[in-house]
Design a protein around this ligand. Sequence first.
Ligand code: NDP
Ligand code: MG
Length: 388
Amino acid sequence: MARRISIFGATGSIGQSTIDLIARDPDAYEVVALSGGRNIAQLAKDAMKLRAQVAVTADENRLTELREALVGSDVQAAAGRQALIEAASRSADWVMSAIVGAAGLEPGLRALQTGATLALANKESLVCAGPLIMRTAQAHGTHILPVDSEHSAVFQALIGEDLAAVERIIITASGGAFRDWPLEDLAKATPAQAATHPNWDMGQRITIDSASMFNKALELIETKEYFGVSPDKIETVVHPESMVHALVGFNDGALMAHVGAPDMRHAIGFALHYPHRKPLPVERLDLVKLGQMSFRNPCETRWPALRLAREVMQAGGLMGAVFNAAKERALDAFIAEQISFPAMAEVVEQVLSDLSYFEGHNPAEITLDKVAEADHLARMRADEIMAR
Ligand code: NDP
Ligand code: MG
């Protein structure tokens, strides 16, 4: 029987890689919903190709455009935030959560509430509302499969293992565009320079977050929330070749590493076929050609986001939501060339300090409303700081 699947964020980098995989075996899948934002042409094209039940744009002003693009097909058109949430509430077996930012939280949560397996690329969901996401999955007897390459790697290294024997989890970082830049040049870095990645081909926002290591900061928090390990067991190392995605260290000294070409179709395909492995169209590594791999400690002067992530993990409560929201606003401002590259971390640090009263919240009492409030106040505070 065909598996019913939905893809939220279908027009993005992860969404397109997911579509690439399912389009290779169309009879195996029945597409329920595809969502996008501004890229209506891509959304309509894929929805027709995959014969989706519904195509949703999150932008309510683009309904007519979407309807016109779908003329002659059976695909239903819908637009706006409410339509997106409604689409996520439709029953499916497997749902890809690949919207960028905190906007991806609620659709993923709704999908879990229907009992669907959630392939989670949207790391912001776990950063903003880890306890809520994990307990919703548990309450509905469903699984969350990590799609972030590092977390997919850790997940794979842990199969058949005892979590109690884990001494440390090491996630790797390429270092992004400015890894080897002189520190004093960072103040002059432009959004276009930050949006080029040495190894991975990803969306604009996550690529810039790789250069600032806000991406790795989010991933440290994601590791804590998903695997339930204490922050002192989670490390990151700079690994410029991006071939080792993560390592798990056990109490007998063994390190299990996941090694593979930097291609997100690996982690997406793993989540799609889990618990089985199926052939994937990804490059097979030639270790001899690769020759060597290197690792070094990340410098926290260059990447203060890593220090901030540790503070956020210690603080707990709703500080993850505050951190992510402040980061999103600072990133918007950097992309709009209103603030410098290093100023992003300064803004986020100031917001964390001003909103530290979100620390105390009991994880068991974190709700969507409370996350939305922390998110909203953090965005406002970030805007106030940047206006000065
Ligand atoms: P992209 O920017 O390429 O795509 C984002 C998707 O979300 C697009 O479909 C976009 O629509 C849609 N979108 C944007 N804003 C909104 C909104 N406010 N409401 C609803 N939909 C919206 O992002 P990526 O694919 O790079 O990343 C997606 C997620 O996956 C992120 O959380 C990222 O951190 C995570 N991730 C990505 C990796 C990668 O390799 N790219 C690796 C690991 C994790 P449109 O483009 O039509 O406007
Ligand atoms: Mg990653």
